[in-house]
Design a protein around this ligand. Structure first.
Ligand code: AMP
Length: 533
């Protein structure tokens, strides 16, 4: 049977891995040897042209094509444009984020708008191509990871991106679960273990507190900072270098886009070097044509201590999300048995020291924290393909499902992390005499009031029998099946009359939208064969 690949579709970088029968998971490198791919898509060529670059090639031209180069699509997928963090991202993104007719966040490229699903599909297709090159066989199925806090809409939108890329997404897996699987956290001992997964990537920081028992990974709490990541470390280094040039030459490099692009590359490389060396030298000849006849050459030694001093406020920002996650899980550092490091930035010694200080224990490290999520996805894919006789990971609901009560209250019915399939009942009664109908509104989320949660739909039950308030009783049955499809049935108990609503997760695109996109892409490629790489 064809293999199922594991994909870590990241905010900054993505990675693809596979596990051969009975083997250990391994990363599939691109033909040029790169093991991760920037999650960047660029639209190039003439106005409104569909010529697309993905990954490293897209990143390299970002500085000269900022309005048509899309980074951080993961921040938009399945999200409404008026969400607070989307609005924040829209303010700083060099490309234009606009509202789709249903309020979803889309991206405007020239005169056309594109859904994040379409944009992300290019990254998935590129990863599929890398896998096919490395394996020498066609790939059609994948397990894709998402953050544990992604709601149904974000998960479904990620699935839809897979469909557009021609991939059957066999499972959407939580990133911390994938990381814990790759670390073998479920094999350490029998019984329940509490672990923390600390994930600091290029643009985001996530921390998850998990319970692991019998190969079931339960996310107890998640927290993080969606505006904190390796890019911020790069930025403090860039600011430092711009200041140094200004002090020496009285020239402000910040308006020289090409020089800033080179500085960004050099700052990132210096930061990487400083995770294994105590000092490094940034050397950028001909960085800027100064006012006089002589160009500016930059040669600057930077020590690890300097980087730590410059980034001390960033390091401090790692603490609170961890403390809040432990508090939400009702746990203290002494309850956490292991801390797993994930994300390229967790290689930085100062970050590791901060983790140790927060959780009061040294963290477990692996050789490549930026690959560990993809490796876990591949391990899970291998379980799904039946290669492993290991107990199958059970799927759980990502969020609590409940109903609106009173004018704005939220009454949970199915708790977050309930094993799928799950069914719960709730009995309630009419609250006025001769009430003719009930209308039950269904919400998903963890807030106490509906305003903080996402509305999924409603069920109406009409023609209730006459009776005094409190005497007509209605049973509500809420079921979520293994495909995460939700069914809510309201039944009046004396007559057996019932009404049902079926709510399949929607990522914002309908089946017709998806078929349309796939068909249009097929036609375009027939007219002009794509260079997937
Ligand atoms: P990820 O999103 O997990 O791929 O992490 C990407 C971030 O990790 C980027 O900001 C990289 O600069 C950073 N990173 C990768 N490798 C290293 C390293 N050896 N030392 C410090 N930072 C690194």
């Amino acid at each position: 049977m064809a293999r199922i690949i594991g994909i870590d579709l990241g905010t900054t970088n993505s990675c693809v891995a596979v596990q051969d029968e009975g083997g250990t998971p391994r990363v599939l490198a691109a033909p040029d040897g790169r093991r991760t791919t920037p999650s960047v898509v660029a639209y190039t060529g003439g106005k409104n042209s569909e010529s697309v670059l993905v990954g490293e090639k897209a990143l390299r031209q970002a500085i000269t094509n900022p309005k048509r180069t899309v980074l951080g699509t993961k921040r938009l997928i399945g999200r409404k444009v008026n969400a607070k963090d989307v609005a924040w991202f829209a303010r700083s993104a060099p490309f234009k984020i606009v509202a789709a007719p249903n309020g979803d966040s889309w991206v405007k490229i020239d005169d056309t708008t594109k859904s994040p699903q379409e944009i992300a599909s290019h990254v998935l297709r590129h990863l599929r191509w890398i896998a096919e090159q490395a394996l020498g066989e066609p790939v059609t199925r994948a397990v894709v990871t998402v953050p544990a806090y992604f709601d149904d809409a974000q998960r479904q939108a990620t699935r839809d991106a897979g469909t557009i890329a021609g991939l059957d997404i066999c499972r959407i897996l939580n990133e911390p679960t994938a990381a814990a699987l790759a670390y073998g956290a479920h094999r350490v001992k029998a019984g329940r273990r509490i672990i923390a997964v600390f994930d600091l990537g290029g643009g985001t920081f996530d921390v998850s507190i998990m319970a692991v028992e019998n190969s079931v990974f339960e996310v107890l709490a998640t927290n993080g900072d969606s505006a904190l990541g390796g890019d911020d470390w790069d930025r403090v280094l860039i600011d430092f270098l711009v200041d140094a040039v200004f002090d020496e030459h009285r020239i402000d490099l910040s308006s020289d886009a090409v020089a800033m692009g080179r500085l960004k590359e050099a700052a990132e490389a210096a930061k990487r070097a400083l995770s294994s060396e105590s000092s490094t030298t940034i050397s950028l000849p001909f960085l800027h044509q100064g006012i006089g006849p002589d160009p500016i050459h930059l040669e600057k030694k930077i020590t690890r201590q300097q980087l730590d001093d410059l980034s001390s406020s960033l390091l401090q920002r790692l603490r609170e999300p961890c403390t809040r996650a432990m508090k939400d899980a009702d746990l203290s550092p002494s309850d956490i048995e292991e801390v797993l490091l994930v994300g390229g930035m967790s290689r930085l010694p100062a970050v590791q020291e901060m983790v140790e200080s927060i959780f009061q224990r040294p963290a477990s490290k692996c050789a490549n924290p930026d690959e560990v999520v993809a490796l876990g996805a591949a391990a899970h894919a291998s379980i799904l393909a039946g290669d492993e006789d290991e107990a199958t990971l059970l799927d759980v609901t990502a969020h609590t499902i409940g109903i609106k009560v009173g004018s704005s209250g939220f009454a949970p019915i199915i708790k977050r992390n309930s094993m799928l399939p799950v069914r719960e009942h709730k009995l309630f009664a009419t609250n006025i005499d001769d009430q003719e109908f009930v209308e039950v509104e269904i919400y998903q989320g963890e807030a106490d009031t509906i305003s903080g949660n996402r509305r999924l739909g409603q069920v109406h039950l009409h023609d209730l029998p006459k009776g005094k308030a409190g005497t007509v009783r209605i049973r509500l049955t809420v079921t979520v099946d293994v495909e995460s499809i939700l069914r809510v049935t309201a039944t009046e108990l004396s007559t057996g009359n019932s009404a049902q609503v079926r709510i399949a997760p929607s990522g914002g695109l309908s089946q017709e939208d998806l078929s349309d996109i796939v068909e249009q892409r097929r036609l375009r490629e027939m007219a002009q064969p794509a260079d997937p790489e």
